[in-house]
Each structure stands twice: as C-alpha cells, then as structure tokens.
Ligand binder design. Sequence first.
Ligand code: FPP
Length: 250
Amino acid sequence: MKKIDQNNLPRHIAIIMDGNGRWAEKHTLGRISGHRQGAKSVKLTVKVCRELGIQYLTLYAFSVENWLRPREEVDALMELLKEYLHSEIKKLMKHDIRLMVIGNIGILKEPVRILLSEAMEKTAHNRGMVLNLALSYGGRDEIVEAVRSIAEDSRVGKIRPRNITKELFSKYLYTAEIPDPDLLIRTSGEYRLSNFLLWQTAYTELYFTDVLWPDFRRKHLMEAIYDFQRRERRFGLTSDQLQRGGSDLG
Ligand code: FPP
C-alpha cells in the first residue's frame, strides 16, 4: 500500500458517494441493497478518517434532487439514515466525533429530524473529528438562501452592502463553521460536482475514482490522499511565488 505523509493530511475531505445503484445492478440486487451496502462504506470511511486524524469529513448522503427518486427509495434512504444514527451514536461518542448536518433539514420527516437533533446535541462537545452529513442539500439552494438572508439583514440595517465580502458571505452558508474542503472524492467514474459545495470547492483538489461507493475501502481512501499529497496547491499563484512563501504579494 502507498505510504501517506502524516504531516500533510487534508484537513477536510468531502465525498460524493456515488454508484450504489450500479453496484446493486452488478450484483443483480435491488437498488436499496446497494444503499445498504453503501452505508457499510460510510461506517468504514468514518472510522479510517478518524484513525488518520482527518478533522472534517463531509458526506453527500442525500441531495435536494434525490427527493425526486421513487418514493420507496427515498423512504429506504431515510430508514437507513435512522438506522445509522441509532447504531452509530455510541461509536461517535467513543471516538470523540461531532455530528453536524448541512442542507434543508426542515423538510425531513419529524422522526429523522428528531434523531438528527439528538445526535448533534449529544456529540456537540466532541473534538476528535467533525462528521458532516449533507442531507437534502443543494449548493445552489444554499447560495440563494444565503443571498436572501443577506438581503434581509441589509434591509433591516444589520449590514451595509459595501461590507459584503467573500468572508461575510461564507458566514451565511450552511458551512459557516467549517473550513472549505481540501480534497473532494467522487466515486463511480462520474466527473461532476452535482450541485455539491459549489462555493466551498473553489480551490479544492478533485479526485475521481471508478470504484463504486459500496466497494470503497481503506486502500481507496489512502490512494486518494496519496494523490492529493502529490499535487501542488497554488491558489492562483505561480510555483515560484509559492516557494518564496508569497512574501512579495503585498
Ligand atoms: C448515490 O448512488 C448515493 C446516494 C444517492 C445516497 C448515498 C447514501 C448512502 C451511501 C447510504 C446511507 C447513508 C448514510 C449516511 C447512512 P446512486 O444511487 O446514485 O447510484 P447510481 O448512480 O449507480 O444509480
């Protein structure tokens, strides 16, 4: 296995967990079995990230567009989420993991919302890692919601239009307390962002793998981190400027 540098870990990894349906088809099973198997990869990935010392892990568990899937599939995904929260809360506490959620959670059904609030409250003081679930999440919706709140705060005189900066804007997003992802992984051989963290991924390193999410294992995560560590993150500067520490940039 490739050896990763413990001193150059991505602080925040975000994952688009894709390919559950194709995994199921490949094994002549129903789509829901694919999601069930995908939940196992979730548990494993959380464990490995915590062991490695990753500080933030964001998982795209359910998009706003996913509401349009067949009712049985939506219900099964919500059921899996409930099962996950029930079965994993003890482990989250034991491993000092804080659960956070981004997305329009107001439209989730009450039992799921209650379980999520309880888990977030219970884990609120954990400091080992943040597990951030994107649920009923849409990047464009997030941006529009932020614009709406800024417009309202401006209308009532809480902020002035000239004080609207990138930093202020970020504070109006669901991810206000979370740093931007350093590495974004997408499984299953698709090469798009699918409305995920559109603002936050401006300088994120993107990594795509053909592995289907239910097959995603420790070695695949290590390969992604290894690849990340070989990239030069320039944030728009030249290599030369970076080597000089950006000291001539005023
Ligand atoms: C994409 O696969 C995956 C999803 C829409 C849902 C992700 C959900 C899980 C991994 C399981 C439950 C999650 C938690 C947090 C317990 P797809 O169905 O779009 O796959 P396809 O493109 O092959 O059809």
